[in-house]
Design a protein around this ligand. Structure first.
Ligand code: ASP
Ligand code: MG
Length: 601
């Protein structure tokens, strides 16, 4: 018999009437032949209320006691659900994390799942019961109750689905699926039939999120099929799987992070270890940095820019001032009221011109780009906050995301697009077994898929360009007109009203590209064009890069300790890439493999 996990969020169990409705959904699934495990959140805004109560007493309550307090919300819901099921004549049993055997570490309020024992659940299922699991909670080695962080019951649901080898994990919520962008911001957003784990990870972290990022990491690692659907209707929602919706569409979604600030540390001596020092200071202050962009300057100096959530800016600037002194940088600048728009799609890995189309669309809407960073499946641009909505609309239109998908007009069954990077297919049960067999590896520990080395690229930098709309579009148009494919793109605009672009191209295309750049230099009044004919690109690909924030930092530190200087940096949820001197590429790869030995599976 197949196992189905059904998770109901707070709004879906907000009152007893809704609890009874959810109970009926479970009964229906059971009648259709599944063994059913329900995972529940606390009713409505219960968790918020519990937190507010503690804060009435003191500002920073003890975190062990907070977990004791917050976990009580879920205990109420599971008991009521069991009562509801029994009232409908169905046999059911509710269980807390301790009873379920969900073991976590002891990081209260943000615990990670280490292991799950399935014996008790299976016994209950085999005796015909519906199992009702309390979401969001776990238990540490000492028997303390822990919680997984706000929104954590998604993670409980997917983790149980992984451990049980469930056929699907249904996420019942107040939206009816995953959209190409936030429908509250853009009414023309379309509900997708299917979206890939990696795309969802990038979109979730960017604010288009319907789900807890860690749950998607879990699903990806264990191959759990997720179905996001509405608890108030029976319509099909959206599936989250390994494969994207379309083989052809370069972009699957557009996301907006509207409340950002940008910080720049100016004229950092370009020496190994300087970036590490800066980011370790940020990490110590527990400030999550995003969109890290390092641009090489002409004279052995680099500017490093990154974004932080706007509310973290005051703290971040203080930390950064200290770091600037340490590394001998000239100064620190910041800008508030900026927003990040990103296009995301697995399809862009093998299609050219996506970046160019994006820059074009923005330019056509008169939107100036302040910073660009690219990764394998995401391109992000930092813009003025006031233009965020317009940017979202213009990108959504450019990539025709409002249009329902039509089957490609190739031969029947044949794809008209070239094949993507192969997605390894393993059954969830195999992955789970493999995972359990690696000693000391928690279910949520980071997994590195590969460290790879690409020695086919050159780096070019255009420095001192005017900071006006349309510059990126012009540059990448001209280059594309020569048939050159651009890989990593990094743009950061200086505080002095100038912009610099760095990017990589295939070594064979270097000469051609430099010729175009020389023309652009004159045409656009750019100061200098510099290049490095042979750079090596080191790429770290994995699962959990998003929630294990220290990873990029570990990568930089490892390279710095090895005396390897990093020229360009690009980070995303699923990979971190840097360029280094070609001669150091192989050594860099070895060092990274050694550093991440325990996590490479
Ligand atoms: N009740 C918890 C929260 O509100 C967990 C969840 O709903 O996912 O964060
Ligand atoms: Mg939730």
């Amino acid at each position: 018999m197949t196992i189905l996990v059904q998770k109901f969020g707070g709004t879906s169990v907000a009152d007893t009437r809704k609890i009874c409705e959810a109970a009926r959904k479970a009964i229906r699934a059971k009648q259709q032949g599944h063994q059913v495990v329900m995972v529940l959140s606390a009713m409505g805004k219960t968790t918020d209320h519990l937190i507010a109560l503690a804060h009435e007493i003191m500002e920073r309550p003890d975190s062990r006691e907070m977990d004791m307090l917050m976990s009580s919300g879920e205990q109420v819901t599971v008991a009521l659900m069991a009562i509801a099921l029994k009232s409908l004549g169905e046999d059911a049993v509710s269980m807390t994390a301790a009873q379920l055997g969900i073991k976590t570490d002891n990081a209260f309020m943000r615990a990670r799942i280490k292991s799950i024992s399935t014996e008790r659940m299976r016994k209950a299922l085999d005796s015909g019961k519906i199992v009702i699991a309390a979401g969001f909670q776990g238990i540490d080695d000492e028997g303390n109750i822990t919680t997984l962080g706000r929104g954590g019951s998604d993670t409980t649901a997917v983790a149980l689905a992984a451990a049980l080898g469930a056929h699907e994990c249904e996420i019942y919520t107040d939206v009816d699926g995953v959209y190409t962008t936030d429908p509250r911001l853009l009414p023309e957003a379309r509900k997708v039939e299917r979206i890939a784990y990696d795309e969802m990870l990038e979109l979730a972290s960017l604010g288009a999120g319907v789900m807890h990022s860690r749950s998607i990491e879990f699903a990806k690692k264990f191959g759990v099929a997720i179905h996001v659907r509405s608890s108030f209707s029976d319509t099909t929602g959206s599936l989250i799987l390994a494969e994207p919706e379309s083989d052809c569409a370069p972009v699957s979604g557009v996301a907006l992070a509207a409340k950002e600030s940008r910080l720049t540390i100016v004229d950092v001596p370009d020496r190994p270890g300087n970036a590490v020092r800066i980011f370790s200071r940020m990490a110590e202050a527990k400030i999550a940095v995003d969109m890290i962009v390092q641009n090489v300057g002409g004279d052995g100096l680099a500017d490093i820019s990154f974004t932080v959530p706007a509310i973290d800016r005051p703290a971040a600037i203080e930390v950064l001032r200290l770091a600037a002194q340490e590394v001998g940088a000239v100064g620190v600048e910041y800008e508030d009221d900026v927003a990040k728009v990103s296009v995301v799609g697995l399809g862009m890995e093998n299609q050219h011109g996506v970046a160019r189309r994006m820059f074009h669309a923005l330019s056509e809407s008169g939107i100036n780009i302040k910073m660009i960073s690219t990764s394998e499946i995401k391109i992000s641009a930092l813009i003025e906050k006031a233009q965020a909505q317009e940017a979202l609309r213009s990108l959504h239109r450019e990539f025709q995301l409002e249009r329902p998908l039509v089957a490609p007009k190739g031969k029947k069954g044949a794809s008209v697009c070239s094949p993507r990077r192969k997605i390894a297919k393993q059954s969830p049960a195999d992955v789970f077994a493999k995972h359990q067999s690696v000693s000391n590896l928690g279910m949520e520990d980071i997994l590195i898929e590969e460290v790879s080395l690409d020695r086919t690229q050159s780096r070019i930098t255009l420095a001192g360009m005017p900071d006006t709309p349309g510059i990126a579009a012009t540059v990448f148009d001209r280059i594309a007109a020569e048939g050159v494919v651009v890989d990593m793109i990094v743009q950061s605009n200086g505080v002095d009203g100038v912009a610099s672009f760095s990017f990589t191209v295939a070594r064979d295309d270097l000469k051609k590209t430099l010729a175009v750049c020389e023309k652009l230099r004159k045409h656009l009044q750019c100061d200098v064009v510099t290049h490095n004919p042979t750079v090596a690109k080191l790429i770290l690909r994995g699962t959990g890069l998003r929630s294990h924030t220290g990873l990029a930092y570990r990568m930089f530190r490892t390279l710095a300790d090895g005396g390897i200087n990093v020229s360009l940096i690009a980070t995303s949820e699923v990979c971190v890439s840097v360029t280094v001197d070609d001669a150091q590429g192989a050594k860099g790869k070895k060092l990274l493999e050694a550093e991440f030995k325990a996590e490479i599976v």
